[in-house]
Design a binder for this molecule. Structure first.
Ligand code: URP
Ligand code: ZN
Ligand code: ZN
Length: 471
């Protein structure tokens, strides 16, 4: 199968030009002016933008959490992703306590096999180095294409690890070249605040935010940065939500330390007052870290503009409002933590980032495609439009008007964080390795088309020779 996309405006992290793009099989094989080639399909992309397929490095599909399981499995979550122009994501394998990493990986692969609509990789969330996986086994994961370890510094009694586990994992990462990802909040302090609030009869959703103050995020971010320096590993701080955690990341980067950060779409748009919405509607916005005071939104736009934060992900972790969020109707601490967003990242960042003049179109591509691909070992196969790259291409119509609603979205979740938002600009055609995933508003690809991708180590060339010898 070959596809010739004619006259589109090719936008990568670095370039912006009008060209024809010729796709042969799964790869881009030619880019040029007025290409004279035969193709099975010719697409007229004049007036349209061509973006690389977006890469979402932070999602939770089919994940048991908070006494239930996320409503989107691999098929529904990836269908939503495809509709929004995301062609590759990296999901989290959560090591069940007492299980080896191999067992965890096998379980997670079983959830995805045959259901994949887009390409995917895995991070390994380490929860237990005592009874479950060993340090040796952890060290072997990068050879299997799992090149990032995730640790939760919060969710006490569930996913949270102690500093010993965090630091030992960092030491392994320094040896193997894996990237350490942290959910940075002080879980012990938050646990005290939650118990105190509940004992005082404070049970409404808004207490989710009030018991997780931004200082607890700032403290954990700084702790993780300092421990990563001692261990000598690369660090990636997920879902940064506030000035208190932006600041230590900014300082670290100014000093040239190997520290990277992401924020997520929702933190630019949803603030803490959403949690006060009556009739339990506030529960829709219970995710962690919580929506913050509105002043943080400007801080985050500035941070993504100046590369203090290098990625915008979704942290898609969807629970039904009616039936799952309601588990916490009488106790905010029992509301499953997480929100949806996999389908609307490009819509929202194009509208309120690019069209509103906050970031350039190149920077948007860098934040949504190129940097996630580079940091997570997928570049240049993914994350750009170039000869030899996978033909993961979004033909984006900058004039197409789209209203974001739960009624029309592809996720199984019964609400949308951005309900009713009108945007101008939407994907019109999405290709995954040369096959059509999305045509107009319809996801036409069949499950099974997506593949697992083995990821390379981040920044291999920067690592000392001794670490290379170890592998
Ligand atoms: O509330 C959230 N973010 N749920 C997903 C798990 C996590 O902390 O990323
Ligand atoms: Zn988290
Ligand atoms: Zn997450």
């Amino acid at each position: 199968m070959s596809v010739l996309i004619k006259g589109g405006r090719v936008v990568t992290a670095a370039d912006d030009y009008v060209a024809d793009v010729y796709v042969e099989g799964e790869r881009i094989s030619l880019i040029g002016e007025s290409l004279d080639v035969q193709a099975d399909r010719v697409v007229d992309a004049s007036g349209k933008y061509l973006f690389p397929g977006c890469v979402d490095p932070h999602t939770h599909l089919d994940m048991p959490f908070g006494g239930t399981v996320t409503i989107d499995d691999v098929e529904s979550g990836q269908t939503a992703a495809a509709a929004g122009g995301t062609t590759c994501h990296v999901d989290f394998v959560i090591q069940p306590k007492g299980a080896t990493f191999a067992e965890a990986l096998e379980e997670w692969r079983g959830k995805a096999n045959g259901k994949q609509v887009i390409d995917m990789g895995y991070h390994m969330a380490v929860t237990d180095l005592k009874e479950g996986g060993s340090l040796e086994e952890l060290a072997g994961l990068p050879d299997q294409g799992i090149t990032s370890y995730k640790l939760f510094m919060a969710y006490k009694g569930a996913l949270m690890v102690d500093d010993e586990t965090l630091f030992r994992t960092m030491e392994v990462a320094a040896e193997t070249g894996a990237l350490v990802m942290v959910h940075a909040e002080n879980g012990d302090a938050i646990d005290v605040l939650v118990k105190k609030a509940l004992s005082e009869g404070k049970t409404d959703p808004v207490w989710h935010a009030r018991t997780r103050p931004p200082e607890t995020e700032g403290e954990a971010t700084n702790r993780a940065i300092q421990l990563a320096r001692v261990a000598g590993c690369a660090l990636y701080v997920v879902h940064v939500s506030c000035a208190e955690s932006v600041e230590p990341i900014q300082l670290a980067r100014e000093k040239g330390w190997n520290v990277h950060g992401e924020t997520c779409t929702q933190y630019f748009f949803v603030d803490e007052t959403f949690l006060e919405r009556p009739d339990f509607e506030g529960a829709k916005y219970v995710y962690t870290p919580p929506p913050r005071a509105k002043a943080n939104q400007g801080v985050l736009w500035n941070a993504v503009r100046t590369d203090t934060l290098s990625v915008i992900s979704t942290d898609h972790c969807a629970f039904l409002w009616d039936g799952q969020k309601t588990l916490g109707r009488d106790d905010f601490s029992k509301i499953p933590n997480g929100g949806p967003g996999l389908e609307n990242r490009l819509h929202m960042i194009h509208e309120f980032g690019v069209r509103a003049g906050r970031i350039s179109m190149n920077r948007m591509v860098e934040l949504l495609c190129t940097n996630p691909a580079k940091l997570f070992g997928l570049y240049p196969r993914k994350g750009t439009i170039a000869v030899g790259s996978d033909a993961d291409i979004v033909v984006f119509d900058p004039e197409k008007r789209h209203t974001i609603t739960a009624a029309a979205h592809h996720s199984k979740v019964d609400y949308n964080l951005f309900e009713g938002t009108e945007v101008t600009g939407s994907p019109e055609l999405v290709l995954l390795r040369g096959s059509v995933l999305v045509e107009g508003d319809e996801v036409v690809a069949r499950p099974g088309i997506g593949q697992f991708v083995e990821r390379a180590r981040f920044g291999d060339e920067l690592r000392p020779a001794a670490a290379h010898a170890h592998r």
